[in-house]
Design a protein. Structure first.
Length: 242
C-alpha cells in the first residue's frame, strides 16, 4: 500500500483531525522558510546580522526603523496565494473532518483559503496595533509608511507577530493544546519540529494516528504512525475528501 493510500485511509477513518504546520506549508506559495538552503537565513548577508536578532524584541526597541525595513523586506508577502495544502485543509474542515489548524506562520494564507478555526501561534502580519491607544491598522498601513509606521495618536503601530524574546499568546496556546489533546489524528506538516515551545505541542497528543509530512526528517519520525518525506501541498493534493 502506498503512503498516500495510508494517509487517505487514516483521514477516512478519523473524525477529529488537527493539523499543525510550519513554514514548509507556505513555501509552495513562494514564501521562503528560514532554515533551508534557499531560506531566509541564507539570503540576508546584506543586513550584516542574524534573522534571530533582527526580529527580536530587543532589536525592535533599539533599532525600530531598521526593524521595519527588514520586516517589510523579508517577512511580508502580501501577494502570496494559498497553495494546495491550504486549500485541502480548508476543504477537510468544511467536510467536518478537521477541527482546527495550528500554524507557526504569520501569512494568513489558511484564512485566505477558507479555514475558519486557525490558531496562529506566532501572530499575523494582517493585524497591527498602536502601542499607545490600541487602534487596529491593516497591513497596508505598515507597507505604505515611510520609516516607522505611526498611529494618528503618534504611537508606533506594531505588527501582531511574536518576536524572539517574546512569549506566545497564552490564550492561543491553550486552545491549541486543547485541540491536540482531543484529536484522534494529528497531522504535522512543513516543520522540522526543532523550534520550541511550538515543537513541544506534539507531546500533548493522545490520539491514534500521528502523521508527519515534511521534506526532511524530524526528531519524532520514530513514533509516528506514518512519515511522508515530501512537499505538503503535493501530498495533500492527492487526498480525496469524502
Amino acid at each position: 500500500m502506498s503512503k498516500i493510500q495510508q494517509l487517505q485511509d487514516i483521514i477516512d477513518s478519523s473524525s477529529n483531525i488537527v493539523f499543525f504546520g510550519g513554514a514548509g506549508v507556505s513555501t509552495e506559495s513562494g514564501i521562503p522558510d528560514f532554515r533551508s538552503e534557499s531560506g531566509i537565513f541564507k539570503s540576508l548577508k546584506k543586513y550584516g546580522d542574524t534573522p534571530e536578532n533582527l526580529i527580536s524584541h530587543s532589536y525592535y526597541l533599539d533599532h525600530t526603523e531598521e526593524f521595519f525595513e527588514y520586516y517589510k523586506d523579508t517577512l511580508v508577502f502580501k501577494d502570496a496565494k494559498p497553495n494546495p495544502a491550504h486549500l485541502k485543509l480548508a476543504e477537510l474542515e468544511k467536510a467536518g473532518k478537521l477541527r482546527a489548524v495550528i500554524t507557526q506562520n504569520i501569512d494568513g494564507l489558511h484564512q485566505k483559503a477558507g479555514s475558519r478555526e486557525v490558531m496562529e501561534l506566532h501572530g499575523s502580519i494582517h493585524r497591527n496595533y498602536c502601542q499607545i491607544c490600541n487602534k487596529e491598522y491593516p497591513l497596508e498601513h505598515i507597507l505604505e509608511s515611510d520609516g516607522i509606521p505611526r498611529c494618528e495618536c503618534g504611537g508606533i503601530v506594531k505588527p501582531d507577530v511574536v518576536l524572539y524574546e517574546e512569549p506566545l499568546n497564552n490564550a492561543v496556546l491553550s486552545f491549541a493544546i486543547d485541540y491536540i489533546q482531543n484529536a484522534d489524528t494529528l497531522i504535522i506538516g512543513g516543520t522540522s519540529l526543532v523550534v520550541y515551545p511550538a515543537a513541544g505541542l506534539i507531546n500533548y497528543f493522545n490520539g491514534d494516528n500521528l502523521v508527519l509530512i515534511n521534506k526532511s526528517e524530524t526528531p519524532y519520525d520514530d513514533i509516528a504512525s506514518l512519515v511522508i518525506n515530501d512537499a505538503i501541498g503535493e501530498t495533500l493534493s492527492q487526498i480525496e475528501v469524502k
